[in-house]
Each structure stands twice: as structure tokens, then as C-alpha cells.
Design a protein around this ligand. Sequence first.
Ligand code: ADQ
Length: 469
Amino acid sequence: MSRLIVVSNRVNPPNPAEGGEGSVGGLAMALAAALREYSGIWFGWSGKTIPEFTGQLNMQRIEGVTVATVDLEETDYQEYYNGYANKTLWPLFHYRVDLTAYDRSFGEGYDRVNKRFAETLLPLIEPDDIVWVHDYHLIPLARELRRMGVTNRIGFFLHIPWPAHQLVVTLPRHRALVEALFDYDLIGFQTEESLQAFEGYVFSEVQGRKTERGELEAFGRGLKAQAFPIGVDAKDFAQIVQGETARKVYDRMMAHSVFRKMVVGVDRLDYSKGLEERLIGFERFLHDHPDLRREVMLLQIAPLSRDEVEAYQDLRTRLDGLIGRINGAYAEMDSTPIRYVNRSYRRDELAGVYRASKAALVTPLRDGMNLVAKEYVAAQDPEDPGVLILSRFAGAARQMKEALIVNPNSPEEISDALERALSMDLAERKRRWEALFDNVNREDVTAWRDDFVAALRADPEPDADKPEP
Ligand code: ADQ
């Protein structure tokens, strides 16, 4: 059977030596499980920078997975990671043209690092291997591998949204970026909406077309493009919430909840997550419902992320001010309405917090999918489930229709949804949760992974339509 090679910017297979059991994300676990099945390799950046790039591969076996990493130069890190990936593509693909940097040097650094990745990866690739590349950091990787003569099947999955055509064309090198995607055999998006936006670009900007077999064709090449909504390891989550750590956290939080119902938010501290809008919505709720003020508390967990990028530092400063203002206005001597935490927690601790919360506010302004929404559902008590309040702009909203869907830009909608969630009767909470859990359980991370890998392995059928090479 062919081996699977997974490529992502950072490599993080489950490692009990680092943080212990239960601390690793579902995505890492699912990929690691696939790699064990296919005796594959996980390749990416080590997270370290060195004065000059050497291309030296560091190989390790971690929990049955072969991990291959490479160090990058400081300039690579600034131009490729902090630059093109996180100051150009991330803001633009989340509809923040105002935060998007269009520096040429970033694009050059991005191409250089993708070439370096390809050169380092090349000797590891055997003829039957299939290669699965992840996310916006690595769009040109297949192009570089093809230039080096690699003919293996190569797939790409975009974890963030593909934005509307009008936004993509603001990139000076948009055509080259999209052309690079046509060096993959398969590209996967989180949602049909992202898929359609990509197709829209291909049809109107580069005169591409769809063949009778449903392949996209442009630049003289064809590829399969499909939506593969990512999920969580719902069974594992439902299980860890029964474990000792989760129970301890749950009990501790419930002891506080005797006085106040807890609403939870869990997000990387990122401007795409709508944290300010959420807090303003919560402030509106406190303003509109003086009778409920003493009953409700928001726990916002927001670990720092990309804090070398100015937009993230600015956001952090604004959040500090906003939370101070709201707490100053609505706190009593013995209680504060918002608890705000900037650290990371283990998965089992998060599971306990999710279960103890009467509602979750998942209100990104844009999000490829949003796994927190799914984790929250997976961790609920079937006999007394909490209510998910979900932004219509999260990819997850396509599948999770029984959540209370809100427009995160509207403080009134957030406030009304909170009021509704906290007063919802048990029968309605159960009905909504059962439908949500059914979906989270069925369309889980294993289904996502297996569907993608099967589509990538599938032999392309001969296509009468296809242009001669
Ligand atoms: P992210 O933008 O990081 O992912 P999300 O999907 O919510 O967003 O995943 C965050 C993960 O980090 C969750 O598993 C969550 O539990 C974890 N996490 C958050 N805060 C934490 C904390 N304080 N401690 C520990 N863990 C914490 C990107 C895209 C998403 C897409 C995913 C997967 O932006 O849209 O859903 O990839 O494809």
C-alpha cells in the first residue's frame, strides 16, 4: 500500500513527553493515526530558526509516526511566516483588506521557503507515495515539487476560507498563486461556499471551465476541487469529558455556577474570531437585562497567538481596555461579569469547562470551520446540554443549523441569543443538541481524513474532454 506523506507548516504529532495525554488537538491525533496506518511521514518546519539555511533534515519517531523537520532562517521566518502567511494571506482570506500587507519581499520569501521545503522533502518521496499538503503557508509546494520532477499524487487542503473573487485580485500575484494550485491533483475546501468562490475566480479571471466529469480546468491542467468539512474526534471528546481531570474542572466550575450561569468563549486571540464584537454583544446583554446581570458570567479563554504581528498586539491592547471597561461598569464588590484568561489548557480541562457552561459564544467574523463549536457540542451532558450560539460566518454554521445562529456584527443579535439560550427549556435544548451531536459524531475528523485520502488516491478516470498534454 502506498505511504502517506503529510506536510504542514508546523508538525505536532501527539507526544506524551510534551504536555501529557489529552493535551493534543484532534487534528494532530487524526493525522498521526493516518500516518501510522499508512506508515507515513509528517514533514514541516521545526519551529526553530538558524543563521543560515542548511536543509538539514531532523528525523524522529514519535509514537509510531516518522517526523521530519527542517530549521528555517530568521529572514525566512519574517518573510514567509510572519510576512506572507500571516500578514498577507491570513488577513485577506478572512476579509480584512485593511490589515493586509502587500510587500513584494513577503511574496519572495514565501516562494523561497516553499522551494526550500520541496528540496528538503524531495529525497524522502518514493514513487508510490501520496502527498497531502496543509494550509495557506504551502500553496506553491506542489509547483516546486513538480519542477523537480515529482509525479506522485499530491493533494492540498485549505483550512481557512477561500474569499470572494474581488478580494483575491487585490493580491499582486493572485494569478501565480492560483496557477500554483493547479499543480495539485486534488484541492479541498472547508465549505461549498469556499469551493464556489474558488470556482468563481477560475471561471471569470483565468477563463477556466468545468469538464463533464466535474474537474476544474485552467492553465492547461485539470484538478479535482471539493468541499471536505473538517470535524473533531467527537467520540474521544465525549470520553475524555468523563475522565478525572475533566470531572475535577467541571466540579470546580459548577461550584461557582451555583451563583452564576457560565457562558464560555474559547478562541486563539485573533481578529478573525470576533472577540471585540462578542464582548460588545455581552455588554449589550448586561445593559438590556439588569435582572440577569448577577446571574451570568462570561469566561473568555483566549491564548495569545502570533504576538510578533502588530495587528495581534493591537487587538490585545483593545481587548484589555474593553474588558476593563465592561467589568468596571458592571462588576459588584463580590463578582465580575467577565473572566478573561490568556493561557492554554489541556483538552480534558477544556472539555470540563465546556460541559459546565450553559452556553458557548462562538462568534467569529470569518472562520474556515471552527472546531470549538464542535468540541463544545461533543462535551455536553446529553441529559442537560448547553446551547451553542454560532456565527453565520463560521464554516461550521453550514452543518450546525440547530445552533442559535447569529450575525456577530450585531450586538443586539448576540444579546438576544444569550437571553434565549439562558432561558431555553430542557426539551428544546435536548432536541437541538441531539441533532448537533449526531452531525458532529458522523462528520468527524476521521471521516474528513478518510474522505480526503480516498479522493486523492482514486485513480483519475480517462477523460475524453481532457486537453492533450
Ligand atoms: P483555528 O483558527 O486555530 O484553526 P479552531 O478551529 O477553533 O481555530 O481550532 C482551535 C483549536 O485550538 C481547538 O481545537 C481548540 O480547542 C484549541 N484551543 C483554543 N483555545 C485553547 C486554549 N486556551 N487551550 C487549549 N486549546 C485551545 C484553523 C481555522 C479553523 C479550522 C481549523 C481546522 O482557522 O477555521 O476549523 O483550522 O481546520
